[in-house]
Ligand binder design. Structure first.
Ligand SMILES: *[C@@H]1O[C@H](CO)[C@@H](O)[C@H](O)[C@H]1NC(C)=O
Ligand SMILES: *[C@@H]1O[C@H](CO)[C@@H](O)[C@H](O)[C@H]1NC(C)=O
Ligand SMILES: *[C@@H]1O[C@H](CO)[C@@H](O)[C@H](O)[C@H]1NC(C)=O
Ligand SMILES: *[C@@H]1O[C@H](CO)[C@@H](O)[C@H](O)[C@H]1NC(C)=O
Length: 265
C-alpha cells in the first residue's frame, strides 16, 4: 500500500509536470508575482529603519493542528488556512497598538473562512487575530502596504488567495489521503508550481507511529512582497514557533521521509 502510494505519487507528479509547466506555472507565477511587478515596487525608495528583512506567509493544515491538541476540536476545515504573516527576527513591535476588530469589519467573512482559529471555532472569538496582530502585525506595519490593521489582514488574505495553495496542490494530485507521500515529492511539486522553495513543517511521529504528519507550509516574501526562496538560516528558524497555544507538541522542518497528509483527525 505504502510502496504503491510512493510510486503513484512519483508517477502522478511526473505526469503532471508537463501540465505544470504549461498551465500552472504561468497562472500561479503570474498571480504570485503580480504584486511584485506592480504597485509594491515603490517601497524600495522608502528608508524606514526596518529591523526585519522577510515575511513568512504561514499556512497550516487544520486537521494536523487538531491532532496536535488534546482538546476537542470538532470538524476542522479540510483546506489549508492562514496561520499568520510574520516578519522575521522581530515581534511585538508596538505594545500600545491594540487590536480592534472594528477596523477589519469588512474582512470578517473572509477572515472566518480563511483565517479561522481552528481550535476555538466560535465565530466571534477574536483572540487569535489579536495575538497575530500584536505579535506580528505591529512589526509588519513598518511597511506602508501593511501599516494598519485593515491593510495587514487584508493584504494577508490577498496573498493567500493569490498563492491559491489549495487549488495548486489539488491540481498536481496532492490531496489528503490515508496512504503516505514522500516529502521530496511534495517539495518538488511546490517548487515546480511556485518557482520558489517554501518551508514545510511537520509533526514528528508520535510514539507508535511511523511517519511524520504535514502541518505547515510557509512561503517567504521580500519586503517588496515578492515571493522568494525560503532558506534554512538561523534567522528564519527563529520564528518557527508562533507562541499561540495550538498544543504542546511542536512542528519542525520536515525530514525527507514518508509523510502523512491526514484527511481527518
Ligand atoms: C504605536 O502605536 C500607537 C497607537 O497606534 C501609535 O500612536 C504610535 O505612533 C506607534 N508607535 C510607533 C513607534 O510606531
Ligand atoms: C457576533 O457578532 C455579530 C456582529 O458583531 C453579532 O450580530 C452576533 O450577535 C454575535 N454573535 C454572538 C454569538 O455573540
Ligand atoms: C527529523 O529527524 C530528526 C533526527 O532524526 C528528528 O529529531 C526530528 O524530530 C525529525 N522531524 C520530524 C518532523 O519528524
Ligand atoms: C529560487 O531558487 C531556484 C533554485 O535555486 C532558482 O532557480 C529561482 O530563480 C529562485 N527564485 C527566486 C525568486 O529567487
Amino acid at each position: 500500500m505504502v510502496t504503491w502510494s510512493i510510486l503513484h505519487v512519483r508517477y502522478t507528479v511526473n505526469k503532471m509536470k508537463l501540465a505544470v509547466v504549461h498551465y500552472l506555472i504561468p497562472a500561479c507565477f503570474f498571480l504570485a508575482f503580480y504584486c511584485g511587478y506592480t504597485s509594491c515596487k515603490f517601497l524600495e525608495s522608502e528608508h524606514h529603519p526596518h529591523t526585519w528583512k522577510k515575511l513568512f506567509l504561514v499556512h497550516h493544515w487544520p486537521v494536523t493542528v487538531c491532532k496536535m491538541n488534546e482538546n476537542d476540536c470538532k470538524d476542522p476545515p479540510k483546506y489549508w488556512t492562514i496561520h499568520g504573516l510574520w516578519p522575521d527576527k522581530v515581534e511585538e513591535c508596538n505594545r500600545t497598538w491594540h487590536f480592534n476588530v472594528n477596523e477589519i469589519k469588512d474582512l470578517l467573512p473572509d477572515m472566518r473562512q480563511y483565517w479561522p482559529d481552528v481550535l476555538h471555532s466560535s465565530p466571534n472569538r477574536t483572540q487569535f487575530w489579536k495575538h497575530e496582530w500584536e505579535k506580528h502585525g505591529t512589526c509588519a506595519a513598518a511597511l506602508e502596504p501593511l501599516n494598519s490593521q485593515k491593510k495587514y489582514f487584508g493584504k494577508t488574505l490577498d496573498l493567500y488567495q493569490k498563492l491559491d495553495l489549495n487549488s495548486c496542490l489539488l491540481k498536481v494530485g496532492i490531496k489528503p489521503s490515508s496512504t503516505y507521500y514522500q516529502m521530496t515529492a511534495i517539495k518538488e511539486a511546490l517548487t515546480s508550481i511556485y518557482g520558489v522553495t517554501p518551508k514545510v513543517q511537520c509533526l514528528p511521529p508520535k510514539e507508535g507511529e511511523e511517519v511524520q504528519t504535514i502541518g505547515q507550509i510557509e512561503f517567504c516574501f521580500s519586503k517588496e512582497l515578492e515571493l522568494s526562496n525560503c532558506t534554512h538560516s538561523k534567522a528564519e528558524s527563529y520564528v518557527m514557533q508562533n507562541g499561540w497555544p495550538f498544543g504542546t507538541e511542536e512542528l519542525s522542518v520536515c525530514n525527507d521521509t514518508l509523510t502523512y497528509y491526514p484527511a481527518q483527525v
